[in-house]
Design a binder for this molecule. Structure first.
Ligand code: TXA
Ligand code: MG
Length: 341
């Protein structure tokens, strides 16, 4: 497949292509997404093929306007509406009970659907021209770090998708916060840029993120579970699905290099700084490359790009300094822990 590259002035064309069944990667404020018409089973199928994504991992549906939610969500609770009013457009994904219109492939057979309105002018423009809700996972091959630049998307998906929108590097660099609003109390399923501290201001009853379910299973384990599902045996209990964002069970966010979490700064600097360092096989030789970031926000923005750069250099070890698990540090530590597994 020949992949077409789109500059900003061709966003209308890229959007219309999504409407007619194409698979197009585009920038959002969090990471690049790989978009397809969410209401077309055939189009959504292409996402799973291009990414090599297990089909038990549901997708987030992206919309540009709130009235598009009616076709997707069977109901919007008052709490969910408060979260929408406070955080949309923005890096918050909300899980609702789904309508019949949403293909089962989008939700991996769940009775709920995840929806987000991104806060990125390019994404919003693309969605408006598409005129349909757009299912879009992160635009990377399954298992590798999310793409934060169009060049990273090209590295993973050139020749596998119809188009890539060549936008700016993403500002946040970590995926959206996912909140389930289908239960009695809303619950954080995946930590992200919108923090527990921010959410609790709007929604005092929200349950914080609890990484209760083991996420050490790899994709193969999950495929086995799907097999036993097909044979009629209950494979995933409802509890297991609901306790965590299903995608978080999979191998995720990992560079090829081995990632080690360290508590000490990697080089001399003021105590405010965090570091990501590429370590040579012989530790006494020091670091091949070191990236100094001023705070957890910058750390999150640069992490996946740093992982990809390290893979291009072929390094074997990466040391990442840990950060306190408050604010966006919760999301950052979540990704760091998964990367180091
Ligand atoms: O920032 C983001 O969210 C990016 C950009 C492109 O919007 N997208 C993204 O998609 O990170 P993806 O596919 O890599 O992650 C989607 C997450 C997974 O953890 C998945 O399990 C969860 O959302 N999810 C999707 N539908 C769900 C549902 N119905 N119930 C619970 N979790 C769901
Ligand atoms: Mg992803």
């Amino acid at each position: 497949m020949q992949t077409e590259y789109f500059a900003r002035d061709r966003l209308p064309e890229a959007g219309r292509k999504i409407a007619t069944g194409a698979l197009i990667a585009f920038p959002t404020e969090t990471v690049y997404g790989l978009g397809a018409n969410a209401l077309s089973n055939e189009s959504v199928q292409k996402i799973f093929q291009a990414k090599g994504r297990p089909s038990d991992n549901p997708l987030i549906v992206h919309i540009a306007k709130q009235d598009e939610l009616k076709a997707l969500a069977a109901s919007v609770s008052p709490v969910a509406q408060r979260l929408i009013d406070a955080f949309w457009p923005g890096p918050l994904t909300l899980v609702f009970p789904k309508t019949e219109q949403v293909p089962d492939l989008v939700t991996a057979g769940l009775s709920s659907v995840a929806v987000r309105m991104p806060a990125h002018p390019w994404a919003l423009e693309l969605l408006e021209y598409a005129g349909v809700p757009v299912a879009a996972p992160s635009a990377n091959r399954s298992g590798s770090p999310s793409a934060t630049t169009w060049q990273a998307v090209r590295e993973d998906l050139d020749g596998r998708v119809d188009g890539i929108v060549c936008g700016p590097p993403t500002e946040i660099g970590l995926e959206s916060t996912v909140v389930d609003t289908t239960g009695p109390r809303p619950r954080i399923l995946r930590p992200g840029k919108i923090t527990y501290e921010e959410l609790v201001q709007v929604c005092p009853e929200i349950e914080p993120y609890l990484p209760k379910v083991s996420h050490t299973q790899d994709v193969d384990d999950n495929e086995n579970e799907m097999e036993s599902n097909k044979s009629g045996r209950p494979a995933l209990t409802e509890d297991k699905v609901l306790l965590n964002s299903p995608g978080l069970r999979h191998r995720h966010y990992q560079p090829k290099a081995k990632v080690r979490l360290v508590s000490e700064p990697l080089a001399k600097a003021d105590s405010q700084s965090s570091f990501i360092g590429l370590q040579l096989p012989n530790p006494s030789a020091g670091y091949l490359e070191i990236q100094i970031v001023g705070n957890a926000e910058e750390y999150g923005r640069d992490l996946f790009d740093f992982f990809r750069r390290s893979d291009r250099l072929g390094v074997l070890h990466i040391d990442c300094q840990i950060v306190p698990e408050v604010g966006v540090g919760v999301a950052l530590m979540d990704r760091l822990k998964r990367a180091s597994e």
